[in-house]
Design a protein around this ligand. Structure first.
Ligand code: ADP
Ligand code: MG
Length: 239
């Protein structure tokens, strides 16, 4: 079966720095793929290449077999790739509901007006923010801003969702809730690329992991396989 997402030979240079080097991986439909690796290994850059935020230096990115490599971010979103950011990005002058509606309007499935509003309300409910659409983004706690971003990504009914350290910075209770929320998305059969540092989350949520170090893929396999791999352990310990 054609993968939902595939990367072939994808590379990104920033001046002399090779941030991402010849990355190859596929994400199958309904799969949760963990993209893991030490800080600075190129995970966020990889997501930025997939979402079109940065132009690739080399390689091909395909969505269901069709190249999307050189499309602008809004077209990539329209084709069905949604994301959240490592540093939350919401529109502060808009309400919670309006932020999520933007995901419905500019996402994969184009919705307008009342339809966009009801999708946004449903997604807020799903992420645990039911009835809080009227709030200003600035009134929210940190985890709730993360929930809004997730709701915005979901509102476009994407084919694949990229989550960049969505669980980072949460306290233990929030983390439990967050893992449960992502597991519920997984149980709905969503296709997810999860950039994550929280090992418990990786073990319990990911079908497969791709491990990066210094811009390159150093391992690929089930969470149990990669987390026992000596190369991966060495990369995390930082020799
Ligand atoms: P990770 O998300 O795995 O922690 P990043 O993808 O953010 O790593 O960064 C990989 C490397 O690319 C780092 O060395 C980082 O400093 C560099 N980098 C990331 N974004 C930029 C940029 N916009 N300009 C220059 N260098 C960057
Ligand atoms: Mg990062």
């Amino acid at each position: 079966m054609t993968p939902v997402l595939s990367l072939r030979g994808v590379a990104k240079r920033f001046g002399g720095l090779v941030a991402v080097n010849r990355m190859d991986f596929d994400v199958a439909e309904h799969e949760v793929l963990g993209l893991i690796g030490p800080n600075g290994s190129g995970k966020s850059t990889t997501l930025n290449l997939i979402s079109g935020a940065f132009p690739v230096s080399a390689g091909t990115i395909s969505l269901r077999g069709e190249p999307v490599t050189h499309l602008p971010p809004q077209d990539i979103a329209r084709r069905g790739i949604a994301r959240t950011f490592q540093l939350v990005r919401l529109l502060p002058s808009m309400s919670v509901l309006e932020n999520v509606m933007a995901g419905a309007v500019f996402g994969h499935r184009r919705r307008w007006g009342h339809e966009a509003e009801s999708v946004a309300e449903a997604m807020l409910e799903k992420v645990g923010l039911g009835g809080r659409g009227h709030m200003a983004v600035g009134q929210l706690t940190y985890i709730d801003t993360k929930r809004v971003e997730l709701a915005r990504a979901l509102a476009g009914e994407p084919r694949v969702i990229l989550l960049d350290e969505w669980l980072a910075g949460l306290n233990p209770t929030e983390l439990e809730d967050g893992i449960r929320l992502i597991r519920s998305l997984r149980d709905e059969g969503r296709t997810i690329v999860l950039v994550e540092h929280v090992m418990d989350a990786i073990r319990s949520l990911c079908d497969r992991c791709v491990v990066m170090a210094s811009g390159s893929k150093i391992a690929e396999g089930t969470p149990a396989e990669v987390l026992a791999d000596p190369d991966v352990i060495r990369a995390y310990l930082g020799d």
